[in-house]
Ligand binder design. Structure first.
Ligand SMILES: Cc1cc2nc3c(=O)[nH]c(=O)nc-3n(C[C@H](O)[C@H](O)[C@H](O)COP(=O)(O)OP(=O)(O)OC[C@H]3O[C@@H](n4cnc5c(N)ncnc54)[C@H](O)[C@@H]3O)c2cc1C
Length: 414
């Protein structure tokens, strides 16, 4: 007989947003269940080994990194910084970010979720949901090959790809061109201790080889993961020259392209760049990093203008201090900045379904256009939308007014 479970709040996905959402709902005293496809937590932060948290600090050319957010995002970042023994870094444009260790991120997520008594199902995927009128009543999940049904009061889609909207046959925000995917990998035995110099040496060698037709031109989409050079190891991120379409087989094709790109690049670096002469691949991140996917349709859709004009909202639940960062297949990254020291806000209306009362979203599948999500997908903002969605879903489950909950989120985190 199929197992039946009951929960107050169901969270789908244990990435930055899902972890924050589950903790928020648990802090409201509710029974929380989290369903995660992988055998570990962290989502893109750990599976794609992203390596730095952006969107936590003010956009400012000041040396010192100043938080643009309070509450849970800051609490988590402080703990992660301590566990990783890192500190915030910044670039010449005024962008501040926190490097972290992948294992520290994984461990903190699991420790904090256990401390908050969140019921976690690993190796579990959501299959279907049952909707009655304007509410989702149950979710069917398969974990380790075993099906079970979860009865719920409210749920939060933190899958990154609007899996719940898909299962409920709700409209989603799509685009013809998703952001370019990337693969992160780590090399050991690197003979250079200055990260900026290593990046320059590497790019000079790649540029010369491209100009001499030794390498194809997409080899200029190679980046050092900031803050990753330590103990003669460095993580590199390569932009993949294959479009992200989400058509059947696309993720597998991206993985195949990534594998050969990484092997060829490593071989080139070892043969042609002195700092890599004794180097070898230490490991390749388990997942290709897909940046954007389908977004759910909320009561409001965040736009490019909202981001670039630093719009503030009465029902704001998150502060966004990161520019629009666009990665395309045919060139290096491009950034669209707003004014230094300013920030935009994400309203609660981007986190609640336009049609299903008890469905909320957080992280990189909030209700936003492709340009707006190119900013709002960074983890500093995912942590905030995650925590806010957890509070809103808890208020719904407790029959409490949403506007009162929005005020509490504002007091705690903005
Ligand atoms: C290459 C790359 C570089 C990046 N660089 C940075 C950076 O430097 N700094 C920064 O802040 N951000 C960066 N980002 C963006 C950031 O990492 C992500 O946008 C963010 O981590 C998304 O968090 P999330 O919780 O919304 O989603 P995700 O991290 O994608 O988590 C979604 C979770 O849901 C699970 N899931 C999905 N479908 C199902 C299902 N059907 N059933 C069960 N579970 C499911 C997944 O396994 C995953 O654990 C980068 C992203 C990429 C890809």
């Amino acid at each position: 007989m199929e197992t039946v479970l009951h929960t107050d709040v169901l969270v789908l996905g244990g990435g930055s947003a899902g972890m924050a959402a589950a903790i928020a709902a648990s802090r409201k005293g509710l029974k929380v269940t989290l369903v995660e496809r992988n055998a570990f937590l962290g989502g893109k932060a750990t599976a794609a080994e992203v390596g730095t948290i952006c969107g936590l600090y003010h956009f400012s050319k000041k040396e010192e990194s100043e938080y643009v957010v309070n509450g849970f995002a800051r609490e988590f970042a402080d703990a992660l910084q301590q566990r990783s023994a890192t500190r915030p870094l910044h670039n010449a444009e005024g962008l501040h970010y926190l490097p972290y260790h992948i294992d520290a991120f994984k461990q903190l997520c699991v420790e904090w979720l256990h401390a908050h008594q969140v019921h976690i199902h690993f190796n579990a995927v959501l299959k279907t949901v049952e909707t009655r009128d304007d509410k989702i009543m149950t979710a069917s999940v398969i974990a380790d090959g075993k099906p079970f049904t979860i009865f719920l009061k409210s749920l939060i889609d933190c899958s990154g790809d609007s899996v719940i909207s898909g299962a409920a046959h709700l409209p989603v925000i799509k685009t013809d061109h998703y952001q370019a995917a990337a693969q992160v990998f780590t090399m050991q035995g690197v003979a250079e201790d200055n990260e900026a110099r290593l990046g320059l040496i590497m790019m000079k060698a790649l540029r010369a080889a491209i100009d001499d037709d030794v390498l194809p031109d997409f080899y200029d989409r190679v980046y050092v993961v900031q803050g990753s050079l330590r103990n003669n190891q460095v993580s590199l991120k390569v932009g993949l020259p294959l479009p992200v379409t989400y058509a059947p087989g696309n993720l597998q094709e991206l993985k195949t392209v990534a594998e050969s790109f990484v092997q060829n690049l490593a071989q080139f670096l070892v043969n042609r760049v002195a700092a890599f002469k004794q180097a070898s691949i230490q490991h390749i991140a388990p997942e290709v990093g897909t940046r954007t996917g389908l977004r759910s349709v909320g009561r409001y859709v965040l736009t490019e203008e909202d981001v670039l004009q630093c719009r503030k909202f009465d029902d704001a639940v998150a502060n966004g201090s990161w520019p629009i960062e666009e990665w395309v297949q045919h060139r290096r990254v491009s950034m669209s900045y707003f004014n230094e020291h300013d920030y935009y806000q994400v309203p609660a209306a981007c986190l609640q379904s336009a049609s299903i009362q008890n469905l909320f979203f957080a992280g990189r599948n909030i209700s936003a256009t492709e340009k707006a999500i190119a900013s709002a997908r960074v983890m500093g903002i995912c942590l905030q939308t995650g925590y806010a969605a957890g509070c809103l879903a808890a208020a719904f489950a407790n029959n409490q007014p949403q506007n009162e909950e929005v005020k509490q989120v504002q007091n705690g985190q903005l």
